[in-house]
Design a protein around this ligand. Structure first.
Ligand SMILES: [Zn+2]
Length: 263
């Protein structure tokens, strides 16, 4: 009898561990999918994953992904859930509904991801100390779920699926235009990287990689090469905007490649 009870406890224990590991794996797989999407977005950018930002009073809050893009800072919460999703911007908890074996739905509650992102953005604003930077909140659900009923009252958040993310980001970036300089992208990236759990060596390498992508490669013969596509950089004159009339270096593969460098 005792051994039977022990076996049951052991069984439940193993199931709990498997569920936790599976949930975590699923979460990580979701973040990876989003990371791959962000990498495809055109324009100058840096991506930070799993950033633990300090809260005002104490403790930290974890941000799944932060995209520092020339059009602004995108704060992304990944929800790799399945089933049906119901939620409202004003409600503290949202509901995930999963059909079970008997045909009935099992319901789970989770904390309002829009509120989560509000907190993330507040933390970022106080860390980066720059009021001009636009912030965008994105909550992105896995392709295996269906957002059934969602009540959004403000314009502050976008809720979408993995499969639509690249299109939505591209459209937003295009309509907003350039808001951050390369120097700002690098500076914010270096600052936020301190709050990730990467090792010091990884952090140094990340910074070097981002820096390298933003600066021209100068060959021994004096030609300037685009760090993003390997094309030749050529001097150009800005035709519009605040810098009209100024010269800058542009990639000869424009419009395929948008790299520019201001001396
Ligand atoms: Zn190029």
């Amino acid at each position: 009898m005792i051994s039977l009870i022990a076996l049951c406890i052991l069984g439940a224990f193993v199931a709990a561990i498997l569920a936790a590991v599976w949930g975590k794996d699923k979460g990580q797989a979701g973040e990876m999918q989003i990371y791959n999407v962000l990498e495809q977005l055109e324009g100058q950018k840096a991506i930070i994953s799993n950033c633990y930002l300090p809260l005002k009073d104490s403790g930290t809050t974890e941000v799944d992904l932060i995209l520092i893009h020339e059009s602004g800072i995108y704060v992304i919460e990944s929800k790799n859930y399945s089933g049906w999703i119901f939620g409202s911007e004003n409600h503290k908890y949202w509901t995930q509904s999963l059909p079970n074996h008997s045909g009935q739905a099992e319901k789970y509650q989770f904390y309002n991801p829009l509120w989560q992102n509000e907190t993330h953005i507040r933390c970022l604003k106080s860390l980066l100390q720059n009021n001009e930077v636009p912030y965008y909140s994105y909550v992105v659900f896995g392709n295996n779920c269906e957002i059934k009923n969602l009540h959004l009252v403000s314009n502050r958040h976008r809720v979408t699926y993995y499969r639509y993310l690249l299109g939505e980001l591209s459209e937003n970036a295009r309509s907003v235009g350039r808001c951050l300089t390369d120097e700002q992208i690098n500076a914010f990236y270096a600052l936020l990287l301190k709050f990730t759990d990467a090792s010091d060596e990884q952090k140094a390498r990340h910074i070097e990689e981002v820096r390298a992508k933003h600066y021209p490669i100068i060959k021994p013969d004096g030609t300037w090469i685009c760090p993003q596509c390997g094309g030749r950089l050529v001097p150009r004159v800005a035709r519009q905007g605040s810098g009209a009339g100024k010269t800058f270096w542009g990639c000869s593969n424009y419009p395929k490649c948008h790299f520019i460098y201001n001396k």
